[in-house]
Design a protein around this ligand. Structure first.
Ligand code: PRP
Ligand code: URA
Length: 211
């Protein structure tokens, strides 16, 4: 597993506002989207491209275009949905698949309640979006599924991660092409396996409480 933590003062600034418990929901949503775009810039650095001829008003030259098959972006519902717009701003031609997952707050095991993505992911670069990588269970479950469907490489993008979760991803995908891009590696997890200092419950802060 390859870990990328892009260093940028704007990421730090936006993260600080995001962490603040008093940041209102509309600002929180906007910041998740903006942070996603900043992280996407690094996450797509190795995206597959091919040369293409282009006619400018002045001359013919050779440029670059994304190579087929097009990448697949997979937000993990709910909270990953808040990152989708920030990703597709940078990759407007990417296709989008959806995985609905929820972590049981007692056992910490993730359950998948929705799957809507292409059957065959052979040779496709996949980008999994989930703002929180806490124990790592949800992201590991999502990446496992994409590999089962034939994905060739998977990049997971999270706003915050805990060291324990990153270690779990490293151990689980020792022999696979997995990259994790995170805005910050935080101190750890609390007794409820929330990221510390973290930002609280990302889904609730984006969309409100469900129960
Ligand atoms: C949160 C978060 C991740 C998961 C992280 O989702 O968005 O998917 O928990 O925890 P883990 O790394 O320990 O698996 P949650 O289950 O709260 O669902 P939600 O997005 O619908 O709020
Ligand atoms: N899920 C969240 O939304 N936040 C955490 O800190 C951990 C899991």
């Amino acid at each position: 597993m390859r870990l990328i933590t892009p260093e940028h003062p704007l990421i730090d600034h936006k993260l600080t506002v995001l962490r603040n418990r008093d940041t209102p929901q509309p600002v929180f949503r906007q910041l998740v989207e903006e942070l996603m775009t900043l992280l996407a810039y690094e996450a797509t650095r190795d995206i597959a491209v091919e040369p293409v001829q282009v006619e400018t008003p002045v001359a013919t030259t050779v440029g670059t275009r994304l190579k087929a098959p097009l990448p697949l972006v997979v937000p993990i519902l709910r909270a990953g949905l808040g990152m989708l717009e920030g990703m597709t701003k940078l990759l407007p031609t990417a296709e989008v698949g959806f995985l609905g997952m929820v972590r049981d707050e007692q056992t910490l095991q993730p359950t998948t309640y929705a799957k809507r993505l292409p059957d065959d992911l052979s040779d496709r670069a996949c980008y999994v979006l989930d703002p929180m990588l806490a124990t790592g269970g949800s992201i590991i479950g999502a990446i496992d599924y994409l590999f089962e469907q034939g994905a060739k490489s998977v990049t997971a993008i999270s706003i915050l991660a805990a060291p324990q979760g990153l270690q779990a991803v490293t151990d689980h995908f020792a022999d696979r092409d997995v990259t994790v891009v995170v805005g910050s590696v935080d101190e750890g997890l609390n007794e409820k396996s929330y990221i510390v200092p973290g930002l609280g419950d990302a889904g609730d802060r984006l969309y409100g409480t469900v129960d």
